[in-house]
Design a protein. Structure first.
Length: 276
């Protein structure tokens, strides 16, 4: 097991986030405490949850019993679509904070733009208030497309620190990432392994064999070398540890090119333009 520390990424407001974190999407609340506990013991310090996952309380229990000082942790949660709008956002944030058992979060995200509802500008202004009040250290978005981001930048005062989007070798989001780079917005990948869909790919399997690593480790290493922040999830202790053991090797340029060739626009989740 590698003991190499996880590098940090400095966000556009000066706050730092570990480049590799732990996600708990689709993990039942009662299983979440053990999974997050294992992750923290293994060396993860960034934990990503969301109101809609129904497991913020499970995350909170693990944080409370971990013995890890609060200032060493980076906790992200997300506002669900039904709670968009100014007052609803503030109330939903209070509920999330209470479930997590925390006095503040490190990052608060709008989960989806839901463009047909057209509430994300009001929602973001409420989040700007939470930031000003010191209740979150950073604010950002998730699943926003360039058009949604452009509108946010035009009508609000604070550039989101990051956009968390579906990103993996099968969906490389080059146009979106270029927009992020231009505006100082970090890219964070959810479903970084495409829910396992690419792990049997011949190119990835071949690279894994050459490096003596698993296909999942190769894909996570690709994300890191691309500069992406990444939050793999697992409930298996061995895999939780393996996913962190990606700092003791590097992919070659030929490896990176082989992975780049796998981009097919394949989504495993909803389309942000049509999910409302």
């Amino acid at each position: 097991m590698s003991t190499t520390p996880v590098p940090n990424v400095t966000l556009n407001n000066g706050v730092t986030i570990p480049q590799l974190g732990f996600g708990v999407f689709q993990v039942p609340d009662e299983e979440t405490t053990a999974a997050v506990g294992t992750a923290l013991e293994s060396g993860y310090r960034s934990i990503d949850t969301a109101a809609v996952y129904g497991n913020e309380a499970g995350v909170g229990r693990a944080l409370a019993s971990s013995g890890v000082p609060r200032e060493e942790l980076f906790v992200t949660t997300k506002l669900w679509n039904d709670d968009q709008g100014c007052d609803a956002t503030l109330a939903a944030f209070d509920a999330s904070l209470e479930k997590l058992g925390l006095e503040y979060v490190d990052l608060y995200l709008i989960h989806w733009p839901t463009p047909a509802r057209d509430r994300y500008l009001d929602t973001y202004r409420a989040m700007e208030k939470l930031l000003a009040d010191g209740r979150t250290r950073a604010i950002g978005v998730s699943n926003f497309q360039p058009a949604h981001l452009r509108r946010l930048l035009d009508h609000t005062g604070i550039v989101p620190v990051l956009n968390q989007v579906e990103l993996h070798p099968g969906l490389q989001q080059r146009e979106l990432r270029a927009f992020h780079a231009e505006h100082g917005i970090a890219t964070e990948a959810w479903s970084p392994l495409a829910q396992g869909a690419l792990l049997k790919d011949e190119a990835i399997a071949g690279i894994a064999e050459r490096h003596g690593k698993t296909p999942a480790q190769v894909v996570l290493r690709w994300h890191l070398q691309e500069g992406t922040i990444v939050i793999p999830k697992s409930v298996t202790p061995e895999r939780i540890r393996q996913n962190l053991d990606v700092f003791g090797f590097a992919l070659t340029q030929a490896d990176m090119d082989a992975v780049a060739a796998l981009d097919s626009g394949m989504r495993t989740g909803p389309d942000p333009d049509t999910l409302n």
